[in-house]
Ligand binder design. Sequence first.
Ligand code: NDP
Length: 263
Amino acid sequence: MKLFSIFGDPVNHSRSPLMHNSVFKTLGVSACYSRTHLTDGSQLRNVFEAKKLSGANVTVPHKEAAYAQCDEVRGIAKTIKAVNTLVYEKGKLIGYNTDADGFMSAIQSFGPIKNALILGGGGTARALSIALRQGEITPTVLNRSSGRLDFFIQEGIEAYCWNGFTADDYDLIINTTSAGLSDDELPIPRPLLIELLSRSKGAVDVIYGKETPFLREIKISGLPYKDGSDMLLAQGVLASYLFLGGEFSLKTIEVPMQHSFSL
Ligand code: NDP
């Protein structure tokens, strides 16, 4: 039996085990997907190997650590420098980033978008900023602190910390911070958020499965919005495709994975 897991801190909230196990069961694949609570990201590869995993997903806050521990990184993850999917291939740890394509697929329903403001500067913000730019949508990044801005500035993406940012018009406001995940915080100060939402056409919170304070403010604003469920599904389908070595089509994987959302 092949073993897979998701690494994160926190990781209890993750729906990935349900999603991937549902695919394995429906497609008759002998595999099992578990959760691994990992506090020290530098131990990711050691734990992956000790558990004899065939593949894994990586969530907050270990995506950059995962990138650093791969033998080879493929596709958009090379630019993003953050990995959310690991596959063991002939004794080598290969890293991918399926968040980027998953997000782009999820925002199709907003229609044409010219620019977007990304709140947060972590692995997900990197993935989304590069994916948006590839999709000809201009990203701007706003993070709480300045420590993580270098990546964006080096990529030629406008990036600010709270000090030094002035509100502007953005088609989409995207929360990629973990504010609201296991606390009751907003990703940016409330007056600034309210002004940004009043000048925007839509909003996305990449957190899923709960009403975050950010999501509550979007609902009050009346803007079209999405939580992270569609992105979760799309990134999961792409990860499962990689785990299964391309043996099953994306559509074949999507049906049981989508079904797991109603369980
Ligand atoms: P990282 O740990 O890499 O980055 C977290 C970011 O959030 C940092 O920029 C940090 O700012 C900021 N932040 C944390 N707490 C606060 C706060 N209280 N107020 C303001 N900013 C804060 O996380 P990831 O990028 O890996 O993940 C971020 C979120 O995205 C998680 O909630 C995760 O669950 C979700 N996610 C959802 C997906 C989906 O499929 N729906 C896919 C991927 C991620 P600072 O630099 O100042 O510390």
